[in-house]
Design a protein around this ligand. Structure first.
Ligand code: ADP
Ligand code: MG
Length: 307
């Protein structure tokens, strides 16, 4: 189990992270979310032992994770970290980059393991390609495979799919997170993408104002987002009578006391996002059809999340 106790950290004077405490069990998947600059990357680096803490402790089981002041070589065998900026060896191939971390394996075993990892990150076809010729997204996948090579007990992923195009992202995400679950690897992932959280994360931690704003099940936070910050992570929303209402929770009805004037329809694929005016304020809802500007519609809030 990862146990973070009352962690406070600053690069210089003012703390970036204040009194952070949380736990992650073996095999558990914890997502760290928060706005850009909220300290997600810093938290992962601190968990990895890259910096010394101002206060607090980090434990993996019984072992304390220590910063450079107490630990000559940064990092531990049981923990791997994939940074937002990954550094690979550009002049050797994809499989050689992965294999570098498997030096203690017998050749046959090493090849088998490399092949397995190439499959997880969907790069089998690129095994013999030199890393310098790969795209940003492909490099990110090599970095992932390399971190998994020596089967860590815990992996820290910083926006792991941020460079990967939408064509690949969905299946790669399923493949990587499935691999981590199957191998009981604890995963702490910093992300601003709800797709990395819903359907995969066991817990979701929201960083705001240097602190943990909430730590709960993603489904609980999705269904009952207590603050606009949490709601904004999941999608378009409105605040109506102090309640947070997602755009998809507003339904067009024949008549109601929620009367709006349509401003714009945005094509979103299987629906339109309609921007409308309610007493001089913008209001967003989803609708199956395009609506012309100036049309008057009546809306009703529905509790159901699946429409
Ligand atoms: P996030 O990953 O959530 O976008 P970061 O952890 O990268 O946030 O940054 C949190 C804050 O720490 C930001 O204000 C950033 O400018 C600052 N910061 C990040 N790295 C350093 C550093 N090496 N030295 C000083 N300040 C830093
Ligand atoms: Mg970051």
């Amino acid at each position: 189990m990862l146990h973070v106790k009352n962690l406070t950290f600053s690069y210089d004077k003012s703390p970036i992270l204040k009194a952070i405490s949380f736990k992650a069990k073996q095999g558990e998947h914890v997502a760290i979310i928060g706005e850009s600059g909220s300290g997600k990357s810093t938290l992962l680096k601190v968990l990895y032992g890259e910096y010394d803490l101002d206060e607090g402790h980090i434990f993996w089981h019984d072992e304390e994770i220590l910063g450079p002041k107490y630990n000559l070589v940064v990092g531990y065998d049981f923990m791997k970290y994939v940074a937002q900026e990954f550094d690979l060896m550009p002049f050797i191939t994809v499989e050689e980059n992965i294999g570098k971390f498997l030096s203690r394996f017998y050749p046959e075993e090493k090849q088998k393991r490399t092949d397995e990892l190439l499959e997880v990150v969907e790069l089998t076809k690129f095994a013999k390609t030199k890393v310098k010729t790969l795209s940003g997204g492909q490099k990110q996948r090599v970095a992932l495979a390399r971190a998994l090579a020596k089967q860590p007990e815990i992996i820290l992923l910083d926006e792991p799919f941020s460079h990967i195009d939408n064509f690949k992202k969905q299946s790669l995400r399923r493949s990587v997170f499935k691999y981590l679950k199957q191998n009981n690897i604890t995963c702490v992932v910093a992300t601003h993408d709800k797709e990395d959280v819903l359907g995969f994360a066991d817990r979701m931690i929201v960083l705001n104002n240097h602190k943990i704003a909430v730590n709960d099940y993603p489904e609980t936070l999705y269904k009952n987002p207590k603050t606009p910050l949490i709601a904004s992570f999941f999608g378009e929303f409105n605040v109506i009578n102090n309640n947070i209402v997602y755009a998809h929770q507003l339904k067009v009805v024949e008549h109601s006391n929620l009367k709006v004037v349509v401003k714009h329809s945005y094509f979103k694929g299987h629906y339109y996002l309609i921007e409308a005016d309610l007493h001089g304020k913008a209001l967003f809802f989803e609708y199956s059809k395009q609506v012309s500007e100036g049309s008057i519609l009546f809306l009703k809030v529905i509790e159901d999340y699946h429409i």
